[in-house]
Write a protein that binds this ligand. Structure first.
Ligand SMILES: [Zn+2]
Length: 209
């Protein structure tokens, strides 16, 4: 027998929803005998969304989900409601599984950040090495050729600053990561830090693993 849970301000979920943009019966999740989860919007006024792999919320009407899908009813702020699908089955104050998911996300984005940072250090060191070599060579050359060598060195450094500088990529990674670091408590919209995730507790609402 499949299970259907109506979610909304007057829904059957175990947690309370207070967001002003959430409908009384906003969406429903059906869990089939074979363990397939389906999320359906119940013609809500402000829409049902799921978070995609890039951290963006995508509006849905009916979609297959997993217990780890992050669902957003209405806007992704205090007037809406955000929660992991698994929370529909878990005890109201049990965020154990959610914090293990957050830990997985944090590890992923920290690894991505360090990879970009490490690569940029290698490129930067290589350019510095080449520039230094060109400078050393320039001493042994007549003035005209020496100037040309020094120009190549300057050009390389400038090209690095313009096109290979990792600052933008690193900022993008942090921005993307912050979309995944949301507090798992449906009533809380706090964006957790990596430290909060390590501590397995939201500093605002005290939801914890
Ligand atoms: Zn919280």
């Amino acid at each position: 027998m499949s299970t259907t849970i109506i979610i909304g301000k007057n829904g059957e979920q175990k947690f309370t929803i207070t967001g002003s943009m959430v409908s009384k019966e906003h969406a429903q999740v059906t869990i089939d005998d074979n363990g397939t989860w389906t999320l359906k919007d119940l013609n809500s006024k402000n829409g049902t969304y799921v978070r995609d792999n890039n951290g963006n919320f995508v509006r849905i009407s009916e979609i297959a989900i997993t217990p780890d899908t992050f669902i957003c009813l209405g806007p992704d702020n205090a007037t809406g409601c955000m929660f992991y699908a698994c929370h529909l089955l878990n005890d109201k104050d049990d965020y154990h599984h959610e914090f293990s998911l957050l830990d997985k996300y944090a590890r992923k984005y920290i690894a991505e950040y360090y990879k970009v940072e490490k690569r940029s250090v290698i490129i930067m060191k290589s350019i510095a090495g080449i520039s230094l070599l060109l400078l050393a060579l320039s001493f042994a050359m007549e003035q005209g050729k020496a100037i040309q060598l020094l120009r190549v060195g300057t050009l390389l450094s400038t090209l690095y600053s313009l096109f290979a500088n990792p600052k933008k990529s690193l900022l993008q990674i942090n921005e993307k990561a912050s979309n995944f670091y949301r507090c798992p408590n449906p009533g809380c919209i706090y964006k957790l830090t990596v430290k909060d995730i390590e501590n397995c507790q939201c500093p605002r609402c005290k939801a914890h693993a």
